[in-house]
Structures are given as C-alpha cells and as structure tokens.
Design a protein around this ligand. Structure first.
Ligand SMILES: Cc1ncc(COP(=O)(O)O)c(C=O)c1O
Length: 449
C-alpha cells in the first residue's frame, strides 16, 4: 500500500516524465519503474483518476415536501394565473435581472413561442448557429422557416458576427444566437446588425443559465431569451423551460401563445383567442425549480472556479487551446470545451486522444458534429410545405451554402469537451484532468502507433 501510494504520488508529480527521471537519478531500475508507472492507461498503465465523478441530477431531500404539497393541493396545471409556476417565474426573472419570465414545458417550446411572438412566420429565414443542439434547427423548421447558418468562430465556438450580414436576405426575420455550452455570444455586434436590418433577436440560452455578457445575464440581451431545464441542465426538472425578457408586451404575447392563445395582460389578441398552443409548465416542476435556484448559484460559482483553473492549466500544455470568451463575459460551462491540435500530439487523432483520456478516468466527448448533413434539412426542404414556401433556386442555394461553413467544420473536427458535472468535483480532480492530458501529450508518439 505504502509503495503504491508512493508510486501514485510520483506519477502525479511527474506527468511530463523527464523531471521524474532526473529525480530518480540515472539508475537503470528506477528509470524502468518511472516509464511503467507513467505509461498511458490506454497502453496498460494506471489511470490518473479512479474515483468517479459527481452524478446528475442532484437534489436535496428537503425539497421533497414542496412537491408533495403540490400533489396534495390538486392544483397541478398552470393554465390559470398564480401558483407555483408564477412564483418560480418571478424568482427566475429576478435572478436574471429580467422584467419578466414565462415558464414553459421545455426549451424547445420556449423557442417556438419566442419565435412566434417576434413575428417569425412560414416562408421566413432565421439566422442561427450550426453549432448547437438539434432543437435549434428544429424550432426553425417547425415554423416552416429556413435556419440559415452563420459560421462558427473556431476561437469562441459561437456564431461569428462577421458572417451574419452576407446571409441576410429579404426573407430574414430574426437572428437566433446560441450561447453554446454556456459561453455567451458576442451580442453587441449581433444586436447592432439586427437593429440595422430591423430583425428580432431571440437568444437560445438553453445552456446558459447565469451566463453574463457586459454585466448582463444571458437571456436578457436580445428581445427574448429561452432556457431549458431538461434533466442534464444546471437547473434540471426532467423537462421544462422558460422565456425571459424586458418587453412586457412580448412577454404577454408569450404567455398567451403558450396558454392556448388566451388574452393576457397587455395582449388582448383578436378576440377571446389568438393562435396559441399548450406549452405550459406543470406546478410540480415549478415547485422543484424554485427550490433549485440557490444551488444553481453555488454550483455555477464552483464550475466557474474550476473552469478558470483548467483554462490556466491547459494554457501550459501544447496542442490544447482553451476557448476564447468575448470581452467582459462569464461562461457557465454546460460543457467545458477546448480545441485539440493533433499536430502537437505527433498526429494522434482526436478520437484516439479522447479514448486515451477516457482510459485515464476522464469522460469526454467531441461535442457537436456537422448535423446539417444528418438528413433533417434535406427532409424539410423536400417537403411539400417548404417547396410551396421557397423557390427551387433558393432551396438549392441554401443547401449548397452549407459547404461554406468552414469555421464550423473545423470546430466539429477539433473540439474536445467534458461534461459540467466534472467541474463540480474537487480541485485535486481538476489536477487529474490536467495530468491526464499532460501524460497523453508526453506519450503521444507511443499512442499513435
Ligand atoms: C442549445 C439548446 N437549444 C435548445 C434546447 C432544447 O431544450 P429542451 O430539451 O428543453 O427542449 C437545448 C436542450 O438540450 C439546447 O441545449
């Protein structure tokens, strides 16, 4: 046991290998020992991290009576005003510094609602990011609009504002930036372009609870912001969502649309009902979410501290580049991503790098792929509805333009990311992540073969 501990402690300190050999002296036996101890786990060595990682979702038993209360009240549906949903909406709006909030059944339904009330209609085009969860594409398609993709900036992984204007046509109605992985988009230039061309801005903040840009929270930077509270999210409830904003009239329209088109507040509609749907959140969900707010705040701080530590550590390792954030912004890290340069790892493929990292006990993935080639866009543009709404020339040019997404292609091929729960672990676990990467770097030539 003692030997084992000594060996593990040594391995931890000797990630790059060479310093360790100096420490051990020139003797033959210790040199062999060092090489074996430091061998990548993928090649039969000992994993750097063996202790597991925090599980998700997490909840506190003290939250359970509130849920039972809702059950016993018999008031489960939020179609009327007040109740747990309204309490949560007020608290969430306050947390973000927004004028108001409308809770919804999911992030997808929040986005559908926000696009509808900002005037997005069949036959329009919406400029959005290709580097996102597929729901962002789907909400545009569900409104029978073309999701026209701005390119992804490889340095930030978010929408490159410089690539927006050339994509605006006379059909463009809105910009839908995505704060992917909880990293705020560069919203000032995006808002300026929207203003110049009279476009609505709906933020897909589904991964960006408490993300900040220029002192304001994500979800309050455009006309409306949309959030997801799905199971994996930082404030999870199974399925749930919210729309936030500072324009009361738009918020009232959201309320109406998500509640069967009933008139609400300043929005009287065109009679008793306007077009609408049922995208309401249930009161049970709201009761849970409301209680999760304090945890969201403390967890976010912890993730940010650990992400800062990892960012500083990665800067010291060749071939792994942290993501750049816009000036004066704060990410909340739904995933913690960095860019991998195989050239600095003797040509070790990203796939094998990730396999080696997983073998060291660090779960990771490659993020999003080029989803626009997955068939859903082809299926949509071949459909009767799209063919009626758009000319054949426009649909062909649209399909061809996907080839222009060079930045996004690069991002899809080079990103490596770890899930948010890893950032809730201890500082010593962050050292394990860095040590595992250093170890793979030091042994990359052996791993290639
Ligand atoms: C960027 C993004 N947009 C939209 C959504 C859709 O949210 P939901 O799954 O709650 O419908 C998600 C959720 O995963 C997301 O991550």
């Amino acid at each position: 046991m003692k030997n084992d501990l000594t060996r593990r402690a040594f391995v931890r300190n000797a990630a790059a290998g060479s310093a360790a050999l100096t420490w051990l002296g020139a003797g033959r036996a210790p040199t062999v020992f060092a090489a074996e101890a430091n061998k990548p786990a993928l090649l039969g060595g000992t994993p750097v991290h063996k202790g597991g990682w925090p599980k998700w979702p997490q909840w506190d038993e003290s939250w359970e009576p509130e849920i039972v209360d809702v059950l016993r009240s018999g008031r489960w549906c939020s179609s009327g005003s007040g109740g747990r949903a309204a309490e949560f909406e007020e608290a969430y709006a306050k947390l973000l510094g927004a004028k108001g909030c409308v809770s919804t059944a999911s992030g997808t339904t929040a986005l559908l609602t926000a696009l509808h009330v900002t005037g997005v209609d069949a036959g329009d085009e919406v400029i959005t990011s290709p580097y996102t969860f597929i729901a962002t594409y789907n909400v545009c398609l569900m409104h029978r609009t073309l999701p026209v993709f701005a390119d992804t900036d490889p340095a930030t992984l978010t929408m490159d504002p410089a690539s927006i204007e050339s994509r605006i046509t006379d059909r463009t109605r809105a910009i839908l930036p995505v704060h992917i992985y909880g990293m705020p988009c560069d919203m000032d230039p995006i808002n300026a372009i929207a203003k110049k061309h009279d476009l609505a801005v709906v933020e897909d903040a589904c991964q960006a609870w408490l993300g900040e840009y220029q002192g304001q929270k994500c979800g309050t930077l455009g006309d409306l912001g949309c959030f997801s509270f799905q199971n994996s999210k930082h404030i999870p409830v199974g399925d749930g969502g919210a729309i936030t904003g500072n324009n009361q009239e738009l918020l009232d329209r959201c309320w109406s649309y998500h509640n069967c088109g009933r008139a609400h507040g300043t929005f009287k509609g065109s009679g008793s009902f306007s077009r609408g749907t049922n995208f309401r959140m249930m009161h049970y969900a709201a009761a849970l979410l409301h209680q999760e707010i304090d945890k969201l705040v403390t967890d976010t701080k912890r993730r940010q501290e650990n992400a800062d530590y990892l960012t500083a550590g990665l800067r010291e390792i060749p071939g792994v580049e942290p993501v750049r954030l816009p000036e004066n912004s704060r990410a909340v890290w739904h995933l913690f991503a960095f860019r991998y340069d195989a050239n600095q790892f003797h040509g070790l493929s990203r796939g094998k790098f990730m396999a080696a990292l997983r073998a060291e006990g660090v779960p990771c993935g490659g993020g999003y792929h080029e989803q626009y080639y997955d068939g859903l866009l082809d299926e949509a543009i071949a459909s009767r509805g799209f063919q009626r709404l758009f000319s054949a020339e426009r649909l062909k040019a649209y399909r061809d333009s996907l080839e222009e997404l060079k930045g996004n292609k690069q991002v899809c091929a080079t990103t490596v990311a770890v899930f948010q729960t890893l950032l809730l672990a201890d500082r010593s676990d962050m050292d394990h992540i860095l040590e595992a990467i250093r170890k793979i770097h030091a042994h990359s030539a052996a791993l290639v073969t």
